[in-house]
Design a protein around this ligand. Structure first.
Ligand SMILES: Nc1ncnc2c1ncn2[C@@H]1O[C@H](COP(=O)(O)OP(=O)(O)OP(=O)(O)O)[C@@H](O)[C@H]1O
Length: 216
């Protein structure tokens, strides 16, 4: 599944912060989007994930338009999962349930195989021993890793991650990028990672740069 953004513009009030961005996220690729603070990365990611209707331009998830008449199309948005900068975890659920709850919201029944997959993902982000904790009982970096595990648990064909390695040391940051790259390659997913972090860029299939709301 691919995500395609065409001529995306976005303004907050009178200030335009994205000035006509074209971005193609093909299936099976991890794309890293690098750019200084304030360059528009989070805004672009929110638009790609159906969280923010752009002022102009189109987003397609495969062939389906994500925004129709200024409103998000829920079915197209259902193919995306994101890791937000502010935690995307649900505060009153344990870490494990933050993964499993995605089955409930998608109308699926959780199977033993799903529980095993959740455990494997928590292992991969080194959080198995903290599966019964609540998000408030985790460090910032642990919350970030749990949010990555929860996004990957959905098996969404489009994954959008905003600074998923920001609070992590080099080793753990790399492990998270490896996990996202594996998800792209093994599940043929389109993965976009916004980052300041240049340490794990070799794991990206493509590196794009954004500055002042324009892709370079
Ligand atoms: N809700 C908002 N209202 C007004 N301006 C906003 C709003 N959100 C973001 N902006 C502005 O839009 C521009 C792009 O912000 P955005 O968060 O997309 O950048 P970013 O590249 O993700 O930055 P960072 O790396 O610091 O997270 C910035 O100038 C920011 O101040």
């Amino acid at each position: 599944m691919t995500a395609t953004l065409n001529d995306i513009r976005h303004g907050y009030g009178d200030v335009e912060v994205l000035h006509g961005v074209d971005l193609d996220l093909p299936a099976g690729e991890l794309v890293a989007l690098l750019g200084p603070s304030g360059s528009g990365k989070t805004t672009l990611l929110a638009i790609a994930g159906g969280l923010l209707t752009p002022t102009g331009g189109t987003v397609h998830i495969n062939e389906a338009p994500l925004y129709v008449d200024g409103k998000v199309d829920r079915k197209a948005a259902g193919d995306t999962a994101y890791v937000l900068q502010a935690s995307s975890l649900i505060g009153f659920l344990t870490v494990r349930d933050n993964l499993l709850v995605r089955d409930i919201t998608a109308g699926r029944r959780t199977t033993d195989a799903d529980r095993e997959r959740a455990a494997d993902l928590l292992d991969a982000v080194d959080l198995r021993s903290k599966a019964d904790r609540y998000p408030s009982q985790l460090s910032g970096g642990e919350r970030q890793r749990a949010a990555v595990a929860a996004a990957l648990y959905t098996q969404a064909p489009v994954i959008l991650a905003d600074e998923p390695t920001a609070a992590l040391d080099r080793h753990r940051g790399r492990a998270v990028m490896e996990l996202l790259a594996r998800h792209a390659h093994e599940r043929n997913a389109a993965v976009l990672v916004c980052t300041h972090d240049e340490r794990a860029l070799d794991l990206a299939d493509r590196v794009l740069r954004i500055e002042d709301g324009r892709l370079g």
